[in-house]
Design a protein around this ligand. Structure first.
Ligand SMILES: *Cc1c(COP(=O)(O)O)cnc(C)c1O
Length: 462
């Protein structure tokens, strides 16, 4: 499979190149040249384990030797604490697919455990090194660190705003002591961290001589790994209910998780509807209801990993929505970066997309959904999952079963659980154990030159 850019101005690249490239050189995002239709294979796949299914799905998009791909997949899920990897549980009238059984207890592990292994594999083959630089306000940093720790030929530098992330999230990052992990607490805000990162990536001399790489959600491998659980969940629920189609409710910020579902749908998986759920940062749900994608200000919510206004994967969706026309994508995105707004016309059915419906849930709805699910069913939802469940129930049609994606374990967001239930209910041994763990972190001023000098000192010259 070759990869092309949503803006159409690069020559097709291989899977390996797509993995290492991140953003395409023309400013677009990489997508597969075509999306394979697997409708005639669903019957053979429906009883498969997560691992076997991952292999069947990923081999269609990768050009790694099959036995190596299989081995990379197997290694990537050994640290999950549930034998099904992404188990599906029935809670009253809905299904919840738990994506939080990996090392950092959030769904990002599903992709980043695999991406770390793929990076290591490609670097070994090409005898190269990679230095990942990232900025995080929370979940991504710890999942990326857990994906890269202890790997050969690869180091990871993660900046977070000093004393401005939650204690749990900070501890999850700084308690990783491996030699190839560097936590940097920046004396500034998350915005400062991002600005420093952008400046260093724009410093092409530095970027090339230190082989800088990134691990953010535009990497195609992250989407790829997430496609797998849409298949897995659909098969489990079809079997349990004898339904022939399912719906998914997906809490989203960067349009990453739900975009994987959108690809699964195009591959022929029988998904009736994808329900897109946002918190108060609702640029995406406004878009799917009105056709207008317009920047707003980011506000703080109970679900911080969705506090995003520009959804980095949206351009990939736009490519398909605009009939795979790279020139239209380019024109729209260029005009969006100038004006902060873009507009799509509704179809004759009055919808922006007949497969995607969208809504948002604010603080009160999030808290009451957590409380209701605990009181009525004894099931604790984390605040991100609660946003998805709230909107999913509101936009549910009665015909097909609803699968809500649970993106984090509630113990990661125990403050929200306390607010919702008035009690300290959310615990997990991995989170409780953080308390007494030793940590490793360096504090630096919010300056590009300080971070550059720090990296130069830590990276041995070759
Ligand atoms: C990152 C994250 C999300 C949002 O995922 P996107 O891919 O940005 O849509 C939702 N919930 C949790 C817990 C997350 O960490």
């Amino acid at each position: 499979m070759k990869y092309i850019s949503t803006r159409g101005e690069i020559n097709p690249v291989s899977f390996r190149e797509a993995v290492m490239m991140g953003l395409a050189r023309d400013g677009g995002l990489l997508i597969p040249e075509n999306i394979p239709d697997v409708s005639d294979r669903l019957n053979d796949w429906k009883e498969m384990s997560f691992i076997d299914l991952a292999f069947e799905v990923m081999r269609l998009f990768s050009d790694l030797p099959e036995k190596d791909l299989k081995y990379l997949i197997q290694r990537s899920y050994t640290r999950f604490d549930n034998k099904d990897i992404t188990p599906v549980v029935r809670v009253d009238g809905i299904f919840i697919m738990e994506l939080f059984h990996g090392p950092t207890l959030a769904f990002k592990d599903v992709a980043l455990q695999f991406l770390g292994n793929v990076f290591e594999y490609i670097l070994k083959e090409s005898k190269q090194e990679l230095n990942i630089l990232g900025a995080t306000s929370g979940d991504t940093g710890s999942a990326a660190i857990q994906g890269i720790r202890g790997k050969d030929a690869i180091r990871i530098f993660i900046m977070h705003p000093h004393n401005k992330t939650s204690k749990i999230q900070e501890k999850q990052m700084t308690s990783v002591l491996d030699d190839n992990v560097f936590n940097i607490a920046i004396e500034g805000t998350f915005d400062d961290c991002q600005k420093i990162m952008k400046s260093l990536f724009c410093d092409l001399k530095f970027k090339d001589s230190y082989s800088l790489g990134s691990i953010n959600s535009i990497n195609w491998v992250r989407v790829l790994a997430q496609i797998v659980y849409y298949f897995y969940g659909t098969f489990r629920v079809m079997k349990a209910t004898e339904a022939n189609k399912v719906n998914f409710a997906v809490p989203t910020g960067n349009f990453g998780d739900i975009f994987a579902g959108y690809i699964a749908l195009q591959m022929g998986l029988p998904i009736a509807r994808l329900v897109l759920a946002t918190n108060e940062n609702d640029i995406l749900s406004r878009f799917f209801n009105s056709g207008e994608y317009r920047l707003g200000n980011v506000v703080e919510t109970l679900s911080p990993s969705m506090d995003i206004q520009v959804a980095s994967n949206f351009e990939r969706y736009l490519y398909y929505r605009l009939g795979k026309s790279p020139s239209d994508v380019k024109n729209m995105m260029v005009s969006f970066s100038r004006t902060g707004t873009l507009k799509i016309a509704k179809g004759p059915d009055g919808l922006i997309d007949r497969n995607i419906v969208a809504g948002s849930a604010g603080k009160a709805e999030t808290l009451s959904t957590i409380q209701q699910f605990y009181d009525e069913y004894g099931y604790l939802l984390d605040p991100h999952t609660a946003v998805g469940v709230n909107v999913g129930l509101r936009l549910k049609n009665s015909d097909e079963p609803m699968i809500c994606l649970a993106t984090a374990h509630p113990a990661k967001f125990s403050d929200a659980i306390r607010q919702a239930t008035g009690r300290d209910l959310a615990h997990h041994p991995a989170i409780d154990a953080l308390e007494g763990m030793p940590t490793k972190c360096d504090v630096l001023p919010a300056s590009v030159s300080a971070v550059r000098a720090y990296m130069e000192a830590k990276i041995p010259s070759t």
